[in-house]
Write a protein that binds this ligand. Structure first.
Ligand code: XLS
Ligand code: CA
Ligand code: CA
Length: 438
């Protein structure tokens, strides 16, 4: 199957172009700070939204047909594969990410599910080769099937836990088979609705047990990539255990999983947790836990996960600033975990949405690089903490002082006030100047 989408390859035409089907900022081979844009950004297509999401919401059925002309379940899922690779090829997206249940129809038994997966994986492999595309990460959908109503790794039923383990084992096998460099745990229903029925201690211990077994199994199979936790505070459960980056890091350290796991940070999940996207990235970076990104944006007037394509350049610039400061992506990348709106129901909208997202991050990268090269922000921060580089400040940093010595030091000073300005307004204007010119 070829040319499902009656649209040609998307090319870079530059900022003066008004062609909707062209990149205005994303120029894959353009060198930014010694590296081509495409290697800085490592764009990935999200299989679930792009090939499966049909616009269904709580109040209405789908508005988009994602069967791609297929009639039987197998035919539909095979056509999804052709559509996926055509999109990646035409949009110049090098990577993709999937859940096990996105790529193949669910069978009655685990065995039947796995058989369906194997049939599709053979086709995916063939097209990966043909189009030279790569798997960024794989994961298991342990939240859709009714058996996971109480969670998977945190279910109150041991049989459900075991089934989830079986499903995850296969998802790991497939990730390895396709050369994926990451495996994601997103705790879809790993949380609770009410503490009245919940043994939180056992649930968290069990989740860690599942992750530990998954790591042991994958490493035994030769998997060298990263495991990721993808934090989210709520939805579908009232409270998800992986609330935010800080909570997830605490969990990983408690159970000794911090060497194998990093963070997959989603913008919309950050805002649901009451943080900025940049905050979550910064917390991960400061803890050397930065791994991968699910790029999207929410709507601050709505309290749920809208998974919109990212178009906010200020946010993408701050994101790429953190990515550059973290030393860039290694095994991770930038997955567009985003869907076109229910009203944007035409196949062209998929192209327009990806173009918008990719251009937004290309712009963000260029701006972030300029902010770092400009140096005023970094210089300001450095100067702000100057007092910790000499005298008593240096002693504090080096752990060479005590409460007694500090009390004595303080007593000699009389009143102490701070005269340093935080200069937030000035710093924000510097960013604006870099973004929009003098
Ligand atoms: C849902 C999550 C999910 C993960 C992968 O909110 O974003 O799609 O990225 O399971
Ligand atoms: Ca996500
Ligand atoms: Ca989301």
């Amino acid at each position: 199957m070829e040319n499902i989408f009656n649209i040609g390859k998307i090319k870079y035409e530059g900022v003066s172009s008004t062609n909707p089907f062209a990149f205005k900022h994303y120029n894959p081979t353009e060198i930014i700070n010694g590296k081509p844009m495409k290697d800085h950004l490592k764009f990935a297509l999200s299989y679930w939204h792009t090939l499966c999401g049909d616009g269904t919401d709580m109040f209405g059925r789908g508005t988009m047909d994602k069967s791609f002309g297929g009639k039987t379940p197998m035919e539909i899922y095979k056509n999804k594969v052709y559509a996926a690779f055509e999109l990646m090829d035409k949009l110049d997206i090098e990577y993709f990410c999937f859940h096990d249940r996105d790529i193949a129809p669910e069978g009655e038994t685990l065995e039947e599910c796995n058989k369906n997966i194997d049939e599709i994986v053979a086709l995916i492999k063939e097209l990966m080769k043909k189009y030279n595309k790569k798997l960024l990460w794989g994961t298991a959908n342990c939240f859709n099937n009714p058996r996971y109503a109480h969670g998977a790794g945190t279910s109150c039923e041991a049989d459900v836990f075991a089934y989830a383990a079986g499903q995850i084992k296969k998802a790991i096998d497939v990730t390895i088979e396709l050369g994926g460099t990451g495996y994601v745990f997103w705790g879809g229903r790993e949380g609770y609705e009410t503490l009245l029925n919940t043994n939180m201690g056992l649930e968290l211990d069990n989740m860690a047990r599942l992750m530990k077994m998954a790591v042991e199994y994958a490493r035994k199979q030769g998997f060298k990539g990263d495991f990721y936790i993808e934090p989210k505070p709520k939805e579908p459960t009232k409270h998800q255990y992986d609330f935010d980056v800080a909570t997830a890091i605490g969990f990983l350290r408690k159970y000794g999983l911090d060497k194998d796991f990093k963070m997959n940070i989603e913008a919309n999940h950050a805002t649901l947790a009451g943080h900025t996207f940049q905050h979550e990235l910064r917390v991960a970076r400061e803890n050397t836990m930065f791994g991968s990104i699910d790029a999207n944006q929410g709507d601050l007037l709505l309290g749920w996960d809208t998974d919109q394509f990212p178009t906010n350049v200020y946010d993408s610039a701050m994101c790429m600033y953190e990515v550059l400061k973290a030393g860039g992506f290694t095994n991770g990348g930038l997955n567009f975990d985003a869907k076109t709106r229910r009203q944007s129901m035409t196949p062209e909208d998929i192209f327009l949405a990806y173009i918008a997202g990719m251009d937004t991050f290309a712009l963000g990268l260029k701006i972030a690089d300029k902010i770092i090269k400009d140096g005023r922000i970094d210089e300001f921060v450095k100067e702000r903490y100057q007092s910790f580089t000499t005298g008593i400040g240096l002693k504090i940093v080096n752990g060479e002082t005590s409460m007694e010595e500090l009390a004595e030091y303080a007593a000699k000073m009389g009143d102490v006030t701070t005269k340093k300005s935080g200069k937030q307004e000035y710093l924000e204007s510097v960013v604006n100047q870099i973004m929009f010119g003098a």
